[in-house]
Design a protein around this ligand. Structure first.
Ligand SMILES: [Zn+2]
Length: 142
């Protein structure tokens, strides 16, 4: 089960980008909310990765990296993705580099809740509803 937020119709390729390509206010807001959400949910250290839509060069470099056995640079997901987590990396949240400072807190809390879900013996039946409820409750608390 993918744990993405904001995935619309159609699948596109994304590429991971360094944090220094992200608006510093957005990166700072993400760090701040990550720390608070991790403490609130008892998650420990959470890492943030950033992504943006991949172009043809990104895809070519990704294919070379895979052939060389290097770390994966690109991934496919629904268009309009703003945040994603995977049980394969249960301590990492990936965020869209296009997020605004206004929206990043809600997305971080949503994705942090998915990391919390991965650690539950009995995860909530409605994982997306649970994550979104947690994200919105946090906004009211701020
Ligand atoms: Zn989700």
């Amino acid at each position: 089960m993918g744990a993405g937020t904001g995935a619309g119709h159609g699948t596109i390729w994304y590429v991971y980008v360094p944090e220094n390509t992200v608006d510093p206010r957005v990166a700072a807001a993400a760090r701040s909310v990550v720390i608070r959400a991790a403490a609130d949910l008892g998650l420990g250290q959470i890492y943030v990765r950033w992504f943006c839509p991949a172009d043809a060069l990104d895809r070519a470099l990704d294919r070379l990296a895979r052939m060389a056995g290097a770390e994966r640079r690109c991934f496919a997901y629904g268009a309009g993705l703003v945040g994603v987590t995977t049980p394969l990396e249960p301590d990492t949240i990936a965020l869209s580099a296009a997020l605004t400072a206004r929206d990043v807190g809600r997305v971080v809390r949503h994705e942090a809740r998915h990391l919390w879900q991965f650690r539950q013996h009995i995860p909530p039946a409605d994982e997306e509803g649970d994550a979104e409820q947690y994200a919105l409750l946090g906004l009211r608390r701020l």
